[in-house]
Design a protein around this ligand. Structure first.
Ligand code: GLA
Length: 345
């Protein structure tokens, strides 16, 4: 069998998914293909992005200690699938997968290579997930998210996984991370979306991702859900660091809805300004940018036909996303919105 799982770029709405805000990611043409057979017992996968294969037997393993590190994600997905299979009679059977992965997604660049891997392995182990209903898309995304938590201890939100499982070709995906409702929003025909790699890499396990999440949660413990808070609620937070984190989450979630409005109206100028504001907020209030990303955004904004640029994903390194007019020349990769992860044969 052959499985395709796209990566994603986030157009706007970072560090708000785990606080129940809105996000607007888009699945992209860069992704991974897993060619595998459900034969034998246990897992044996190779990847053209990794030197060592992911190999382990069927017995439950502690995913967080496996080597090489990417095998942790694979094993955590296998554990989740095995756990669910106990409750779904027609999915019982040994955990078995032998195959290879080829990928066009850079690892650690903010384009969701790990979520794509988890979703692809889950689909390979449990093809019935690929039936395309909203319920199965969400269940698959939630399984992949649980696996990522178990394998890495990074308390990621649901954005990446749902962007990959619920994607619609030609569109970005507006996600309400409280209700988990998804809405496909077509990309206007005269917009072009680009990803530009800063060349810096990060591993979220060594980053301050978990700290930022804790700080945002500390703010929510004081004033309630941050997307619904009032400006006065936020100003009243005493601790200046917690206040800035809260201000970002609150404003960023609102920006996503404004951006969605600009996208529906085809207003690239307003959308670009919102992207610039988003970057400033991630840089100054949430403090997840680095100078290489700031400089790149600055440079892009001065180019003809470019409306806005911001870091995309968790930050701390990786890529920048830019919105430009059709025909503009941008020194990066032009992104094409992709359909969802699926079985290809
Ligand atoms: C990573 C996480 C997501 C999200 C982004 C930041 O990509 O996996 O859940 O929190 O960072 O928006």
């Amino acid at each position: 069998m052959k499985i395709w799982a796209p990566g994603r770029v986030n157009l706007i709405g970072d560090h708000v998914d785990y606080m129940g805000g809105h996000v607007l990611p888009m699945a992209i043409q860069l992704g991974l293909t897993l060619e595998a057979d459900r034969v034998g017992r246990g897992i044996h996968l190779t990847s053209d992005r990794e030197n060592e294969p992911a190999v382990f037997g069927e017995a439950a393993v502690d995913p967080s200690v496996l080597q090489p590190p990417w095998a942790r994600l694979v094993a955590a997905v296998a554990n989740e699938v095995a756990h669910e299979a106990n409750e779904v009679a027609d999915e019982k059977g040994p955990i078995a997968l032998t195959g290879r992965i080829s990928s066009s997604l850079p690892v650690g660049a903010g384009l969701s290579s790990s979520a794509a891997l988890c979703v692809a392995v889950a689909l390979a182990l449990r093809p019935s997930f690929g039936n395309g209903t909203p319920g199965s898309q969400l269940a698959l995304a939630e399984l992949a998210q649980r696996a990522e938590h178990a394998a890495t201890d990074v308390p990621c939100g649901i954005m990446d996984q749902l962007a990959i499982t619920a994607a619609v070709e030609g569109a970005a995906t507006l996600i309400d991370c409280t209700t988990r409702e998804v809405t496909a929003l077509a990309i206007p025909g005269d917009w072009s979306i680009w990803v530009i790699d800063s060349g810096t890499r990060r591993d979220l396990r060594d980053s301050e991702y978990a700290d930022r999440r804790r700080q945002a949660e500390a703010a929510a413990a004081l004033v309630g859900p941050l997307p619904d808070a009032t400006a006065a609620d936020i100003t009243a937070i005493n601790d200046p660091t917690i206040r800035r984190r809260a201000r970002h989450v609150h404003a960023e979630s609102r920006r996503v809805l404004d951006f969605a409005g600009a996208m529906t109206a085809g207003d690239a100028r307003v959308a670009g300004e919102l992207m610039d504001e988003s970057h400033r907020s991630l840089r100054d209030d949430f403090e997840v940018s680095i100078p290489a990303l700031d400089d790149l955004c600055e440079e892009l904004r001065s180019m003809p036909g470019v409306h806005g640029a911001r870091l995309t994903g968790a930050g701390f390194g990786g890529c920048v996303v830019a919105l430009a007019d059709e025909g503009a020349e941008v020194p990066g990769t032009r992104l094409i919105p992709s359909g969802p992860a699926c079985l290809r044969q």
